[in-house]
Design a protein around this ligand. Sequence first.
Ligand code: 5CA
Ligand code: ZN
Length: 481
Amino acid sequence: MPTTKREQITKHFGTWYRKVLIDAGVADYRYPIKGCGVWMPYGFAIRKHGLQILRDLHDATGHQEAQFPLLVPETSLEKEAAHVKSFEEECFWITHGGLKPLDVKLALRPTSETVITPMLKLWIRSHKDLPLKLYQIVNVFRYETKTTRPLIRVREISTFKEAHTSHATFEDSEVQIKEATGIYKAFFDALDVPYVISRRPEWDKFAGALYSDGFDTVLPDGRTLQIGTVHNLGQNFAKAFDVTYEAEGGKREHIWQTCYGISERWLAAVLGVHGDDNGAILPPNIAPIQAIIIPIFHKEKNETITEACAKLAEKLEKEAHMRVKADLRDELTPGSKFFDWELKGVPIRIEIGPRDMEQNAVMVVRRDNFEKASVKQEALADYLHEVMKKMSKDMREKASKWLREHVHSAKTLDEVKTLLKKRAGIVEVPWCGETDCGLKMEQEINGKMLGVPMDMKEEVSGTCIVCGKEAKDIVRVAVAY
Ligand code: 5CA
Ligand code: ZN
């Protein structure tokens, strides 16, 4: 019996990851343009289920889905000074229409503040139009110069969920930040992916924002991955595009904005956080196939068993409302079918052999721990729903425990360096709050400051690990993707 092992995935994560993406039929980045990949049918199906959860969470909280153009005129992109400074080098630029040079260059949107805000100016008149909460799920383009990695750092971000909200007051925008944070928590909880939330330091906040909060998880190689960000934009874009509303006294005020984004990185996190040496392990919530039924016969094909498998698949789909498939391929042994579906991360395997047939039972095997149980057919539907719930809970707990074990605290630069050299995960350290010390810290440790914890009460004590002055904050640092 195979057991869950995480040797390959932790020691050779890059190799494991690339192989699983292609061999499991998730995504293929061997396209002739760097950082652009293909969603293969199985990956596309996982994506669809994940996005449904994300859409439901937004729709249930009064967000409206819309879609804006891909192209941004340079004249719009350059309106907000900090924004253009950060993004102009990261844009793909269109300079020609056919063979004729364009009067105004067009950028492929790197994100959509400068696409959406000019339209808000047309739509928002009075306080009655606020709040306005919009989102879109589209592709955006960034000319990334760091090493590209499938789903993790791509140049065509093909699955960019960006929400953009407008409010009458700063206080309302702060309430929105809390709601957005709650939506992202719920999303990652549904994927059983654990995270920490940190307020990014000034030098790493989103260009044009007052502040940015990042969700980070730790991948099996000990590096952190930013899996989502929530930004309070203040009135920076509203002022740049002069978007105002008529307040109750008749006075015109600039709107307050927030935005928050999640990309296909959520799937990279799901694969990395849950996978084992046999391949992917998908949370039942987003698995395109929740249970795979495999006929077991030794020598020759057994028609009765084959038929029972096909029938059971149909029955579970109809009566238990599960996504089920029977693997009736003649040319493969049961063993090689197991291998295939394990690689693809199907949560539950159902085996039917001659003995099971006699007892009117089936064998149920969990992908996450290979636990087996013989279950009577009549009790199967309820049993499977229970198992899926249990599995999701166990996966979340296992992943959370692993993350907790990869958060350390340290009191000196040397301790941090040693921990990060071993790729031990996240380290919490005291910091005086000065930018100079922060930048020096990043340089010394060869890592990044994730920022001040937003998901726990900080008890600040000790001295800055760089300058030795009294600490103002505890900050998280890590080697980040
Ligand atoms: N306008 C804001 C909110 S939508 C924005 O663009 N924020 S962002 O730059 O932080 O991007 C949102 C999220 O997209 C990031 O937290 C990160 O998880 C993901 N992301 C950013 N760049 C890439 C990339 N090159 N490949 C894959 N995902 C990315
Ligand atoms: Zn300092």
